[in-house]
Design a protein around this ligand. Structure first.
Ligand code: BTN
Length: 267
Protein backbone atom coordinates (compact mmCIF):
# COMPACT_ATOMS: atom_id res chain seq x y z
CA UNK A 1 0.00 0.00 0.00
CA UNK A 2 1.34 3.47 -0.80
CA UNK A 3 1.06 6.77 1.06
CA UNK A 4 -2.27 7.59 -0.64
CA UNK A 5 -3.84 4.49 0.80
CA UNK A 6 -3.90 2.77 -2.58
CA UNK A 7 -2.66 -0.70 -3.08
CA UNK A 8 -0.51 -0.29 -6.18
CA UNK A 9 -0.58 -4.02 -6.84
CA UNK A 10 -4.31 -3.99 -7.47
CA UNK A 11 -4.99 -0.39 -8.54
CA UNK A 12 -2.36 -0.51 -11.29
CA UNK A 13 -4.37 -3.09 -13.13
CA UNK A 14 -7.88 -2.11 -12.00
CA UNK A 15 -10.10 -2.58 -15.05
CA UNK A 16 -11.33 0.35 -17.08
CA UNK A 17 -14.75 1.63 -16.05
CA UNK A 18 -16.58 2.37 -19.33
CA UNK A 19 -19.44 4.04 -17.45
CA UNK A 20 -17.03 6.64 -16.11
CA UNK A 21 -15.52 7.58 -19.49
CA UNK A 22 -15.95 11.24 -20.45
CA UNK A 23 -15.84 11.13 -24.22
CA UNK A 24 -16.24 13.80 -26.89
CA UNK A 25 -19.66 13.94 -28.51
CA UNK A 26 -18.28 12.54 -31.76
CA UNK A 27 -17.99 9.07 -30.18
CA UNK A 28 -21.28 7.30 -30.83
CA UNK A 29 -20.42 3.70 -29.86
CA UNK A 30 -18.21 2.11 -27.21
CA UNK A 31 -17.21 -1.55 -27.15
CA UNK A 32 -15.31 -2.73 -24.08
CA UNK A 33 -14.04 -6.28 -23.50
CA UNK A 34 -11.68 -7.94 -21.09
CA UNK A 35 -9.87 -9.91 -23.80
CA UNK A 36 -9.82 -9.51 -27.58
CA UNK A 37 -7.50 -10.60 -30.37
CA UNK A 38 -6.70 -7.02 -31.42
CA UNK A 39 -8.82 -3.92 -30.84
CA UNK A 40 -8.10 -2.92 -34.46
CA UNK A 41 -9.53 -6.24 -35.64
CA UNK A 42 -12.62 -5.84 -33.45
CA UNK A 43 -13.13 -2.32 -34.85
CA UNK A 44 -12.76 -3.64 -38.41
CA UNK A 45 -15.37 -6.36 -37.82
CA UNK A 46 -17.83 -3.96 -36.18
CA UNK A 47 -17.29 -1.34 -38.89
CA UNK A 48 -19.07 -3.61 -41.33
CA UNK A 49 -22.26 -3.33 -39.24
CA UNK A 50 -22.09 0.39 -38.48
CA UNK A 51 -23.10 3.38 -40.59
CA UNK A 52 -20.14 5.49 -41.65
CA UNK A 53 -21.45 8.31 -39.48
CA UNK A 54 -20.62 6.19 -36.42
CA UNK A 55 -17.45 6.78 -34.44
CA UNK A 56 -16.59 3.68 -32.47
CA UNK A 57 -14.23 3.28 -29.53
CA UNK A 58 -13.00 -0.25 -28.87
CA UNK A 59 -11.02 -0.82 -25.68
CA UNK A 60 -9.76 -3.98 -24.05
CA UNK A 61 -7.68 -5.01 -21.06
CA UNK A 62 -5.78 -7.67 -22.94
CA UNK A 63 -4.99 -8.47 -26.56
CA UNK A 64 -4.01 -11.96 -27.58
CA UNK A 65 -2.84 -10.82 -31.03
CA UNK A 66 -1.95 -7.15 -30.58
CA UNK A 67 -0.29 -5.89 -33.74
CA UNK A 68 2.34 -3.27 -34.41
CA UNK A 69 3.42 -1.74 -37.70
CA UNK A 70 4.83 -4.10 -40.32
CA UNK A 71 5.26 -7.58 -38.95
CA UNK A 72 5.67 -6.40 -35.36
CA UNK A 73 3.60 -7.63 -32.45
CA UNK A 74 2.46 -5.36 -29.64
CA UNK A 75 2.91 -6.32 -25.98
CA UNK A 76 -0.24 -5.29 -24.09
CA UNK A 77 1.06 -5.34 -20.51
CA UNK A 78 -1.53 -5.52 -17.72
CA UNK A 79 -2.25 -1.91 -16.75
CA UNK A 80 -1.53 -0.48 -20.19
CA UNK A 81 -4.13 1.07 -22.49
CA UNK A 82 -5.01 -0.64 -25.77
CA UNK A 83 -7.76 0.85 -27.84
CA UNK A 84 -8.89 1.72 -31.35
CA UNK A 85 -11.01 4.53 -32.66
CA UNK A 86 -12.93 3.99 -35.91
CA UNK A 87 -13.41 7.32 -37.64
CA UNK A 88 -14.54 8.75 -40.92
CA UNK A 89 -11.86 11.35 -41.79
CA UNK A 90 -14.39 13.09 -44.08
CA UNK A 91 -16.62 13.71 -41.06
CA UNK A 92 -13.80 15.78 -39.57
CA UNK A 93 -13.26 17.53 -42.88
CA UNK A 94 -9.83 15.93 -43.35
CA UNK A 95 -8.89 16.02 -47.02
CA UNK A 96 -8.19 12.61 -48.54
CA UNK A 97 -4.62 13.65 -49.47
CA UNK A 98 -3.88 14.38 -45.79
CA UNK A 99 -5.41 11.18 -44.48
CA UNK A 100 -1.85 9.89 -44.09
CA UNK A 101 -1.32 12.54 -41.37
CA UNK A 102 -3.93 11.01 -39.06
CA UNK A 103 -1.25 8.94 -37.33
CA UNK A 104 0.86 12.04 -36.77
CA UNK A 105 -2.18 13.81 -35.31
CA UNK A 106 -2.64 10.84 -32.98
CA UNK A 107 1.00 11.12 -31.89
CA UNK A 108 0.52 14.78 -30.92
CA UNK A 109 -2.58 13.79 -28.92
CA UNK A 110 -0.64 11.15 -27.00
CA UNK A 111 2.10 13.67 -26.22
CA UNK A 112 -0.51 16.17 -25.03
CA UNK A 113 -2.12 13.58 -22.74
CA UNK A 114 1.15 12.18 -21.39
CA UNK A 115 2.40 15.70 -20.68
CA UNK A 116 -0.52 16.20 -18.28
CA UNK A 117 1.02 13.54 -16.07
CA UNK A 118 4.74 13.96 -16.55
CA UNK A 119 6.98 16.29 -14.58
CA UNK A 120 9.27 17.09 -17.53
CA UNK A 121 8.57 17.90 -21.18
CA UNK A 122 10.89 15.16 -22.45
CA UNK A 123 8.07 13.36 -24.23
CA UNK A 124 8.06 13.70 -28.01
CA UNK A 125 7.57 12.05 -31.38
CA UNK A 126 9.91 9.88 -33.37
CA UNK A 127 8.79 9.85 -37.00
CA UNK A 128 6.65 8.35 -38.37
CA UNK A 129 4.47 8.27 -35.27
CA UNK A 130 6.03 6.71 -32.20
CA UNK A 131 5.88 8.52 -28.88
CA UNK A 132 9.06 8.41 -26.83
CA UNK A 133 10.40 9.69 -23.58
CA UNK A 134 14.08 10.23 -24.29
CA UNK A 135 15.28 7.03 -25.96
CA UNK A 136 12.43 4.86 -24.67
CA UNK A 137 9.15 4.13 -26.40
CA UNK A 138 6.01 5.07 -24.48
CA UNK A 139 3.31 4.45 -27.08
CA UNK A 140 2.73 3.04 -30.55
CA UNK A 141 0.14 3.84 -33.18
CA UNK A 142 -1.21 1.59 -35.91
CA UNK A 143 -3.56 3.31 -38.37
CA UNK A 144 -5.35 1.08 -40.82
CA UNK A 145 -7.60 2.25 -43.65
CA UNK A 146 -10.78 0.50 -44.69
CA UNK A 147 -11.71 0.18 -48.36
CA UNK A 148 -14.46 2.80 -47.90
CA UNK A 149 -12.00 5.44 -46.61
CA UNK A 150 -12.73 5.10 -42.90
CA UNK A 151 -9.71 4.70 -40.66
CA UNK A 152 -8.98 2.69 -37.55
CA UNK A 153 -6.58 4.44 -35.20
CA UNK A 154 -5.07 1.84 -32.87
CA UNK A 155 -3.12 3.10 -29.88
CA UNK A 156 -1.10 1.23 -27.31
CA UNK A 157 0.02 3.41 -24.40
CA UNK A 158 2.07 2.10 -21.51
CA UNK A 159 0.40 3.53 -18.42
CA UNK A 160 0.45 1.46 -15.21
CA UNK A 161 2.43 -1.44 -16.67
CA UNK A 162 6.00 -1.15 -15.49
CA UNK A 163 8.20 -2.30 -18.32
CA UNK A 164 10.25 -4.20 -15.74
CA UNK A 165 7.55 -6.88 -16.17
CA UNK A 166 7.91 -6.96 -19.95
CA UNK A 167 9.97 -9.42 -21.98
CA UNK A 168 13.64 -8.33 -21.89
CA UNK A 169 13.72 -7.14 -25.51
CA UNK A 170 10.90 -4.71 -24.64
CA UNK A 171 12.01 -3.63 -21.18
CA UNK A 172 15.35 -2.55 -22.71
CA UNK A 173 13.72 -0.04 -25.06
CA UNK A 174 10.32 0.91 -23.60
CA UNK A 175 8.95 2.96 -20.75
CA UNK A 176 5.56 3.61 -19.16
CA UNK A 177 3.92 6.47 -17.33
CA UNK A 178 4.23 4.61 -14.02
CA UNK A 179 7.94 4.08 -14.62
CA UNK A 180 8.33 7.81 -15.25
CA UNK A 181 6.07 9.18 -12.50
CA UNK A 182 6.36 6.47 -9.84
CA UNK A 183 2.62 6.21 -9.20
CA UNK A 184 -0.38 4.55 -10.83
CA UNK A 185 -2.81 6.65 -12.85
CA UNK A 186 -6.56 6.35 -13.27
CA UNK A 187 -6.62 4.62 -16.67
CA UNK A 188 -10.28 5.47 -17.28
CA UNK A 189 -9.36 9.12 -16.88
CA UNK A 190 -6.28 8.79 -19.10
CA UNK A 191 -8.37 7.12 -21.82
CA UNK A 192 -10.95 9.93 -21.59
CA UNK A 193 -8.20 12.54 -21.87
CA UNK A 194 -6.56 10.78 -24.79
CA UNK A 195 -9.73 10.29 -26.86
CA UNK A 196 -10.63 13.95 -26.22
CA UNK A 197 -7.15 15.02 -27.26
CA UNK A 198 -7.34 12.82 -30.34
CA UNK A 199 -10.65 14.40 -31.34
CA UNK A 200 -8.99 17.83 -30.96
CA UNK A 201 -5.94 16.81 -32.99
CA UNK A 202 -8.10 15.45 -35.83
CA UNK A 203 -10.04 18.71 -35.86
CA UNK A 204 -6.72 20.62 -36.01
CA UNK A 205 -5.57 18.47 -38.94
CA UNK A 206 -8.78 19.30 -40.80
CA UNK A 207 -8.64 23.02 -40.03
CA UNK A 208 -4.96 23.75 -40.45
CA UNK A 209 -2.76 20.91 -41.58
CA UNK A 210 0.38 23.10 -41.47
CA UNK A 211 -0.25 24.02 -37.82
CA UNK A 212 -0.59 20.36 -36.93
CA UNK A 213 2.64 19.55 -38.78
CA UNK A 214 4.38 22.46 -37.05
CA UNK A 215 3.34 21.09 -33.67
CA UNK A 216 4.64 17.65 -34.66
CA UNK A 217 7.87 19.28 -35.82
CA UNK A 218 8.26 21.05 -32.44
CA UNK A 219 7.83 17.67 -30.76
CA UNK A 220 10.21 15.80 -33.11
CA UNK A 221 12.94 14.13 -31.03
CA UNK A 222 15.07 13.13 -34.02
CA UNK A 223 16.20 16.61 -35.05
CA UNK A 224 19.89 16.75 -35.89
CA UNK A 225 20.25 12.99 -35.57
CA UNK A 226 21.72 11.21 -38.58
CA UNK A 227 19.00 8.76 -39.58
CA UNK A 228 19.11 5.74 -41.85
CA UNK A 229 15.74 5.04 -43.44
CA UNK A 230 15.03 1.91 -45.42
CA UNK A 231 12.84 2.71 -48.40
CA UNK A 232 12.29 -0.39 -50.50
CA UNK A 233 15.74 -1.46 -51.70
CA UNK A 234 17.29 1.89 -50.90
CA UNK A 235 18.70 3.13 -47.58
CA UNK A 236 18.49 6.89 -47.29
CA UNK A 237 20.97 8.48 -44.89
CA UNK A 238 20.60 12.06 -43.76
CA UNK A 239 20.55 14.52 -40.91
CA UNK A 240 17.02 15.01 -39.65
CA UNK A 241 15.75 18.53 -40.19
CA UNK A 242 12.33 17.75 -38.75
CA UNK A 243 8.79 17.11 -39.91
CA UNK A 244 7.69 18.89 -43.08
CA UNK A 245 4.40 20.72 -43.33
CA UNK A 246 2.78 17.77 -45.07
CA UNK A 247 3.90 15.29 -42.42
CA UNK A 248 6.95 13.95 -44.28
CA UNK A 249 10.36 13.40 -42.69
CA UNK A 250 12.76 16.09 -43.88
CA UNK A 251 16.36 14.95 -44.23
CA UNK A 252 19.52 16.73 -45.35
CA UNK A 253 21.33 14.10 -47.40
CA UNK A 254 24.67 14.20 -49.22
CA UNK A 255 22.76 14.98 -52.42
CA UNK A 256 20.45 17.62 -50.95
CA UNK A 257 17.20 17.83 -49.07
CA UNK A 258 14.77 14.91 -49.27
CA UNK A 259 11.35 14.48 -47.73
CA UNK A 260 10.22 10.93 -47.07
CA UNK A 261 6.62 9.79 -46.75
CA UNK A 262 7.24 6.16 -45.95
CA UNK A 263 10.11 3.96 -44.90
CA UNK A 264 11.47 2.34 -41.79
CA UNK A 265 13.88 4.27 -39.61
CA UNK A 266 16.66 1.82 -38.83
CA UNK A 267 18.01 1.59 -35.30
C1 BTN B 1 3.72 0.11 -33.32
O1 BTN B 1 4.38 0.74 -32.49
O2 BTN B 1 4.26 -0.61 -34.17
C2 BTN B 1 2.22 0.25 -33.29
C3 BTN B 1 1.61 -0.42 -32.08
C4 BTN B 1 0.10 -0.27 -32.02
C5 BTN B 1 -0.51 -1.06 -30.91
C6 BTN B 1 -1.98 -0.80 -30.76
S1 BTN B 1 -2.64 -1.50 -29.28
C7 BTN B 1 -4.26 -1.18 -29.82
C8 BTN B 1 -4.30 -1.48 -31.31
N1 BTN B 1 -4.56 -2.88 -31.53
C9 BTN B 1 -3.55 -3.50 -32.10
O3 BTN B 1 -3.52 -4.72 -32.41
N2 BTN B 1 -2.53 -2.64 -32.31
C10 BTN B 1 -2.89 -1.31 -31.87
Amino acid sequence: MNADGNNPGSSNTAPLEPGRLRLPAVVTHVEYSAVVDSTNDVARRLAAELPRTATLLVAAEEQTAGRGRGANRWWTGAGSLAFSLLIDPARYGIEVRYGCMVALAAATAIVETATLHLPSPAVGIRWPNDVYIGRRKLAGILVEALADGRQIIGIGLNVNNSVAAAPPEISAIATSLIDETGGPLDRTEVLSQLVTSLDGALGRLAEDRSALAELADDLCLQKDEVLRVRLGDETVVGRCIGIADDGGLALETSTGRRTLYSGIVLK
